[in-house]
Write a protein that binds this ligand. Structure first.
Ligand code: DGY
Length: 424
């Protein structure tokens, strides 16, 4: 990577964004992820906003070109066919143009759109005004189709964005993956298999996908009878923050935002149900019957982003974080199932670190926010813009030249970053 890129890290990050641009949308990385992914794209837009504000808005506009009539914004938009990825558009069978997947992904778009707008309020006004009703429709979809129990639930581990984290183990154990037939994974052809989910996970991911496809992505049926349904602290905190940011955007545009304020208040009232006293942290809950997951992972600490942290959570943060050296681990190293290099089962993800740090900074934990920035910057400087890192020894993992790692470098981790400064 360093051979073909400029030695200056800011410029390298910009080159990654430009290089992963496929014309109006950005792929997360060449090869491994050849389409437009939902939350990756929102981060790409944030990154673009540091040097090309027009391109930043275009990224979000292209993402919303995949929005469904019910408001759902899918986790993948398959703009151009690419045999290098599985499961591709024919497996999802959305029957749409452009083809899409049938599940969503963490709703960070409103949070980042607000930051992008703040960079250039004049240039952004018409763009955000046009996006606002689409964002609102998506938030309404989350409220209606995922928040029935009081907090946000996911119908597929991929919907959480944290695909194989230990939070989902109890829900996944009940999914029957024995009938999915033969298939060929593509991810392990691009990156080291020991850094990716296992075959038994993929069998179950596919079984859940097939259930959704076979019922025509009927949300009521998926919620009532689908093989997987778990409450997710990660989505809950992101959505809560996103409702509040979208309300702030709406107010600025002169809209009545009482509906959004109501959704945010209801979600906030539900947050205590995610507190598991046994593990002293916010925890995922299995709505198919088994209660708490018994895990405290990085998602719990997104509570700072939603102003939902407690002194007990501060304590838990210190305990978990002090077990590693390079950013926040996606799972607790002291808990069963921790694996420092296997995707979401332990690695430190720069993009999640940036969200946690944004929350820490705003809540007056400036020192912790700066530590998170420093540790994240250190591994990027040492190894490059990888997808994720071993939190104990900093080994780079997953895809290289990664869009969202480049984006958070430009907006937060790199020396020139400004978005999260001075917001206490
Ligand atoms: C993948 O293919 O690994 C994605 O994370 C699923 O969207």
């Amino acid at each position: 990577m360093t051979d073909r890129l400029s030695p200056d890290l800011d410029e390298q990050a910009r080159e990654i964004l430009r290089g992963n641009d496929r014309g109006g949308y950005t792929v997360p990385t060449d090869g491994l992820y050849p389409y437009q992914w939902n939350w990756d794209s929102a981060f790409a837009a944030w990154g673009f906003s540091t040097f090309d504000i027009d391109r930043a808005w275009t990224e979000l506009e292209t993402l919303f070109s995949g929005q469904w009539e019910d408001g759902m914004v899918p986790h993948i938009v398959f703009h151009k066919d690419d045999p290098g990825y599985f499961p591709g558009p024919e497996v999802w069978g959305s029957g749409r143009t452009p083809p899409t997947s049938g599940i969503s992904q963490p709703p960070v778009a409103a949070i980042l759109a607000r930051l992008i707008w703040a960079r250039d309020p004049e240039a952004g006004r018409d763009r955000i005004a046009a996006l606002y009703p689409k964002l609102l429709a998506w938030h309404r979809w989350w409220k209606r189709d995922r928040c029935g129990s009081g907090v946000a639930a996911v119908t597929h581990p991929w919907e959480s964005g944290r695909d194989n984290c230990p939070d989902w183990d109890i829900g996944m154990a009940k999914v029957d993956g024995s009938n999915v037939g033969e298939y060929q994974r593509r991810d392990t052809g691009h990156v080291d298999a020991s850094m990716r989910p296992r075959k038994e996970d993929y069998d179950r991911y596919l079984a859940i996908l097939f259930f959704g496809r076979d019922c025509g992505w009927d949300q009521r049926e998926i919620i009532r009878n689908g093989p997987f349904l778990m409450e997710d602290p990660g989505i809950t905190f992101i959505l809560l923050r996103a409702h509040e940011d979208l309300a702030a955007i709406g107010r600025e545009l002169g809209h009545d935002v009482s509906e959004l304020e109501g959704w945010a208040a209801e979600l906030r009232a539900g947050v205590p149900q995610l507190w598991n006293p046994q593990v002293q942290g916010y925890d995922a809950r299995d709505l198919r019957g088994d209660g708490f997951a018994g895990r405290v992972g990085s998602a719990a600490f997104l509570a700072y982003l939603a102003d939902a942290a407690t002194p007990a959570l501060d304590k838990r943060m210190d305990e978990i974080w002090n077990r590693v050296s390079y950013g926040f681990p996606s799972a607790d190293p002291a808990a069963e199932g921790f694996d420092p290099r296997r995707y979401w089962r332990g690695p430190s993800w720069p993009v999640v670190n940036s969200l946690i740090a944004l929350g820490l900074q705003e809540r007056g934990h400036a020192e912790a926010a700066e530590r998170l920035r420093r540790e994240t910057a250190e591994v990027i400087k040492k190894h490059g813009f990888f997808e994720y890192f071993d939190p104990i020894d900093g080994t780079p993992c997953g895809g290289d030249a990664f869009t969202w790692t480049a984006a958070i470098w430009l907006t937060w981790a790199g020396a020139g970053a400004t978005d999260t400064e001075g917001e206490t």
